[in-house]
Design a binder for this molecule. Structure first.
Ligand code: XMP
Ligand code: MG
Length: 200
């Protein structure tokens, strides 16, 4: 039997592969300019940020290190509560380090706000944030984000690391899925309801 083509589940292309790569190159130039004589530690937030870290790191022409964290956010219904649990911690001692957190998307901002404070408390010299996507209409807390790829509308998006039920991370583009994927009718434009406990 032929495998299902995930492109068939796409309703709308929001950001193409080229859009993303072009913007990541621009962000890399900004980061290079800011980290002259400093070696950033890129902290990728698993799993969604894997693609961003991988492309951004290769675009950066300065020395850097990479490490990874996995966190789980507990929320009720569709919003995360800001109560975060570390599932996989860093291997790196942050004392005196210039940390650059790399995320796929900021929704309420609660996860990143918590993460930033957590990493700052470990003695980092600086903690900055880079996110590929931001949903400005959903922001609940004022978390300073130095590098932002794109603002996106308040729709559930997948691809380029972002998943629905662990799938679609391998799409090159950022897209909105057709409602039937979520078991909704084709007239229903709402995205999925997040489970109360989500692994980011
Ligand atoms: P907060 O609300 O704490 O949550 O900023 C950020 C996390 O929520 C997930 N998220 C999404 N994941 N498509 C996704 O695949 C989306 O449209 C979306 N919006 C939020 C994501 O895990 C992010 O790290
Ligand atoms: Mg994430």
């Amino acid at each position: 039997m032929r495998a299902t083509d995930i492109a068939d589940d796409v309703r709308e292309l929001l950001l193409s592969r080229d859009d993303i790569q072009e913007r990541i190159a621009e962000l890399a130039r900004d980061i290079e300019a800011d980290y002259v004589d400093r070696t950033p530690l890129l902290v990728g937030v698993l799993k969604g940020a894997v693609m961003v870290v991988s492309d951004l790191a290769r675009e950066l022409k300065i020395p850097l290190e990479m490490d990874w964290m996995a966190v789980s956010s507990y929320g009720s219904g569709t919003v995360s509560s800001g109560v975060v649990r570390i599932l996989k911690d860093l291997d790196t001692d942050l004392t005196g380090r210039d940390v650059l957190i790399v995320e796929d998307i900021i929704d309420s901002g609660l996860t990143l706000s918590w993460l930033r404070a957590n990493l700052e408390s470990r003695g980092a010299a600086s903690v900055e944030i880079c996110t590929l996507l931001r949903k400005p209409s959903r922001l609940k807390v004022d978390v300073p984000v130095r590098y932002i790829g794109f603002d996106v509308p308040n729709e559930f998006v997948v691809g380029y690391g972002l998943d629905y039920d662990e799938r679609y991370r391998n799409l090159h583009d950022v897209v909105v899925l057709r409602p039937h994927v979520y078991g909704a009718s084709e007239d229903d434009v709402a995205g999925p309801v997040d489970p109360a406990r989500k692994v980011l």
